[in-house]
Ligand binder design. Structure first.
Ligand SMILES: [Mg+2]
Length: 127
């Protein structure tokens, strides 16, 4: 079965880049350029295996989004990975409180590294 992955990021260039990389690697990819769009998908019953969530976004940010996902018990089995900016240690602390499955530092991560990291985090969660 193809793994389903949802990317939530306001940077359309990144979304396209990750979508291409992950679909080539056999994933079924969905993208959302805002947390509002992503929430609608999840509330409509979309249940991805993995979700990559940017933190800094206009409107509801990524941390608030994951908080809402937790509160509404959406995406219960989904591995949630935050895309963080370098040095944003309080973001990481906040994300830990929301029990996310991992973090990837955005600035330093090229798509193939992101892919490796996602697979590593996903596998460790399944064990
Ligand atoms: Mg952003």
């Amino acid at each position: 079965m193809q793994k389903k992955i949802l990317f939530v990021d306001d940077d359309k260039f990144l979304l396209d880049m990750y979508a291409l990389k992950f679909s080539k690697a056999g994933y079924e990819v969905k993208t959302a350029d805002s947390t509002e769009v992503a929430l609608k998908e999840l509330r409509d019953g979309y249940d991805p295996d993995v979700m990559l969530v940017d933190i800094v976004m206009p409107g509801m940010d990524g941390l608030e989004f994951v908080g809402t996902v937790r509160k509404e018990k959406l995406a219960g089995k989904t591995s949630i990975i935050m895309l963080t900016n370098q040095g944003a240690s309080d973001d990481i602390a906040k994300a830990k409180k929301l029990s996310v499955d991992g973090y990837i530092v955005k600035a330093t991560s090229i798509p193939s590294e992101v892919l490796d990291e996602v697979e590593k985090i996903y596998k460790s969660k399944k064990q």
